[in-house]
Design a protein around this ligand. Structure first.
Ligand SMILES: Nc1ncnc2c1ncn2[C@@H]1O[C@H](COP(=O)(O)OP(=O)(O)OP(=O)(O)O)[C@@H](O)[C@H]1O
Ligand SMILES: [Mg+2]
Length: 362
């Protein structure tokens, strides 16, 4: 980590940070190191950089923290650098420059043994194409990561059996991967990663090969696992609705850079630039934004009347409450009224238009 005295506070990892990444570059091509080191080369666009140096900058000067217990989504179009970025975290791809740490430990200075430990115990990866062993049963595939760790046979079997149920594959323990549907195979991949009890799960587009219904099932599985176990996850997707559904925070990548990093509500409610705005244009805003974005201060007499909503309620839920009761809704936290949502505020959010405070309809 850069320890220069003028390092801004926001560049120091927060206390609950699992992965902490600063100024990370991955450049493919000849003499790749000179690109991040040279201001002029570093500022070139993709085509010009390729023409001048024969290099591709897959990840460009990226900094972020993955916090303990969150689902951190990396989203972006094909070729934007998602897989490269996530593979750099465990050095499946060797970064060109920058720093990466896990729980404060420098990943780039890890020796082979320590790196193996990182990949086997601390950060397990779930791939798009499952990566199952075709001649092994479901149970043995799930136990495989434990086998590599050197866990004894009896304990492996016991732990694997537990995860068979956890991902809903009861009764299929003795099948081989070819006897399973795509969704079931991905459940095996997920169980195998979970069985080693990693601190972080890294998913590289795990569900993109699945048909929409199975995909939804698997997304719900991830949401459930996250809710029940509070496991930290880094989840790559190019699907915006998947990102919004799963992500506590989303890093939106374009051309190797993170163009915006924020909660789904921040990305949809306050896009950082035209690219992001375009990306989220078709999102039903009322499903993502919370009542906080539609709220105005309560007038006298409004604090005790009307339906009460939690500040985390969506605008969609507020519309339902207001429509059902015919009254403005109050936003209440810990017994305190934070504000009021009325028709104008709710319509303003749906239309993407801010409501002028003076014009709020009481
Ligand atoms: N080994 C490599 N050598 C040269 N260029 C590479 C290599 N691997 C990736 N790239 C380039 O780096 C860029 C980012 O690739 P990456 O695989 O990270 O994208 P992605 O966002 O994961 O895309 P997708 O959604 O298609 O999986 C692309 O332009 C790609 O062509
Ligand atoms: Mg990829």
């Amino acid at each position: 980590m850069n320890t220069a005295p003028h390092t801004p506070t926001e560049l120091r990892p927060p206390a609950d940070s699992v992965f902490s990444v600063r100024d990370l570059w991955k450049v493919f091509g000849p003499k790749a190191d000179r690109v991040p080191a040279d201001k002029e080369l570093a500022s070139l666009g993709a085509a010009e950089l390729r023409e001048r140096t024969g290099c591709t900058a897959a990840v460009r000067d990226v900094s972020f923290d993955v916090r303990k217990g969150e689902v951190f989504v990396v989203m972006g179009l094909s070729g934007s650098g998602k897989s490269t970025l996530v593979r750099c975290l465990t050095r499946l791809i060797e970064p060109t420059s920058g720093t990466i740490s896990i729980d404060g430990e420098d990943v780039l200075s890890m020796d082979t043994g320590r790196l193996r430990e990182l990949r086997r115990h601390r950060a397990a990866m779930v791939f798009q194409h499952f990566g199952l062993l075709p001649h092994r049963t479901v149970l043995d595939n799930i136990a495989y990561g434990l086998e590599i760790q050197g866990v004894g046979r009896a304990e492996r079997r016991e732990r694997a059996t537990e995860f068979v149920s956890k991902v809903g594959l009861d009764g299929m323990e003795h099948r081989r991967p070819s006897q399973l549907s795509g969704g079931q195979q991905q459940r095996v991949g997920l169980a195998r990663a979970l069985a080693v009890d990693p601190e972080v799960l890294l998913f590289d587009e795990p569900f993109s090969a699945l048909d929409p219904l199975i995909r939804r099932d698997m997304q719900e599985e991830v949401v459930r696992l996250h809710r029940e176990e509070g496991r930290t996850m880094v989840f790559i997707t190019h699907d915006l609705s998947e990102a919004l559904k799963l992500g506590d925070r989303i890093a939106l990548m374009q051309g190797g850079r993170i163009v915006q990093l924020g909660t789904p509500e921040e990305i949809v409610g306050a896009p950082a630039d035209d690219y992001v705005r375009d990306f989220v244009r078709d999102v039903p805003r009322e499903q993502v934004l919370t009542v906080r974005s539609a709220m105005r201060p309560a007038l006298a007499g409004e604090r005790d009347a009307g339906p009460a909503l939690d500040p985390g309620a969506t605008v969609h839920e507020a519309i339902e409450a207001v429509a059902r009761t015919g009254e403005n809704a109050r936003v209440v936290e810990g017994g305190r009224c934070l504000g009021v949502v009325d028709h104008a505020g709710l319509l303003g959010v749906v239309a993407g238009v801010p409501v002028a405070p003076g014009k709020a309809v009481a």
